[in-house]
Design a protein around this ligand. Structure first.
Ligand code: AKG
Length: 275
């Protein structure tokens, strides 16, 4: 992380807007505890359709020798993902947290297969990203039903208020490799159990993680990352930080973000499957 990234925007900025869709209590909870959990999004039929679609895409990835964790960044390639990222109700929620100008710069499926030994160490998303200020809101949509048995994501409520934390590298059976060093002192983990089709929203400074999936049931969730255009990027754009992006609402005019056109279909040839 360069000095430019460290000099400003170190603190969480509480949401001061009057919400139109979320309740005032939900926004207060987001400011104080760092998340809004378990909001309605997809009905049962839509959740089933999304799961069936994901199963098909994930089978294509497996056929190409990749696992489902590799389905990362495909919102600019797959129409179904684009359509989820621009779901009107989801955008209404996000607008209440970051305003009407909304970019989606990332999507990633975290599909913990039955018996998956890999943990997601407790971490803050923000330490992985070259963005200031800390204004990314992550939506996490349950693809499968999530309960205490199939490795729910766990939040450390209020951990965002401490600002960005030091990390150490983890190796072995992990999905992401940076772990917040002091996570054990940051309170009791709160498990995010949700029915398929429901969604949670959180800040990029919330410390969170998940255990290996010791159950016989998959636990898949889809993360979507949203920012307002005033967020700036202090790294080279070789990973496409500002160019693998969808404009989901309002305008990004005058910013460094370069939104792409919506993808027209869902076709992936195996040669296109990549990490
Ligand atoms: O789904 C999980 O278990 C972890 C997801 C995660 O770390 C994220 O959404 O950033």
């Amino acid at each position: 992380m360069g000095d430019a990234g460290n000099r400003e925007g170190q603190a969480f900025l509480p949401v001061a807007r009057t919400p139109r869709t979320l309740s005032a209590e939900a926004v207060q909870h987001f400011n104080q505890r760092d998340y809004v959990a378990d909001l309605p999004l997809l009905d049962a039929a839509e959740a089933d359709a999304h799961r069936a679609w994901f199963d098909g895409v994930s089978a294509q990835f497996r056929a190409a020798g990749k696992d489902a964790y590799s389905i990362n960044g495909y919102h600019v390639r797959l129409k179904t993902l684009h359509d989820l990222a621009t779901h009107p109700l989801l955008l209404d929620y996000v607008e209440d947290l970051i305003g009407p100008d909304i970019l989606c710069w990332g999507t990633h499926y975290f599909s913990k297969e039955p018996g998956d030994a890999r943990a997601v160490p407790f971490h803050q998303d923000a330490v992985y990203w070259p963005f200031r200020p800390y204004r990314t809101v992550t939506a996490w949509i349950a693809v499968d039903d999530v309960d205490l048995e199939n490795a729910p994501m766990c939040f450390l409520p209020g951990s965002h208020l401490a600002g960005p934390q030091e990390t150490r590298e983890r190796d072995g059976d992990v999905v992401l490799n940076l772990e917040t060093i002091d996570y054990a002192a940051m309170g009791a983990p709160w498990p995010l159990t949700m029915q398929a089709g429901r969604v949670s929203l959180r800040t990029d400074l919330l410390v969170h993680g998940s255990a290996p999936n010791r159950s016989g049931r998959r636990r898949c969730g889809l993360t979507l990352r949203y920012v307002p255009p005033e967020v700036w990027v202090y790294a080279d754009n070789d990973l496409g930080w500002t160019s693998r992006v969808l404009l989901c609402g309002g305008s990004a005019d005058g910013s460094a973000w370069e939104p792409l056109e919506a993808p027209r279909g869902d076709e992936l040839t195996l040669g296109q499957v990549r990490d």
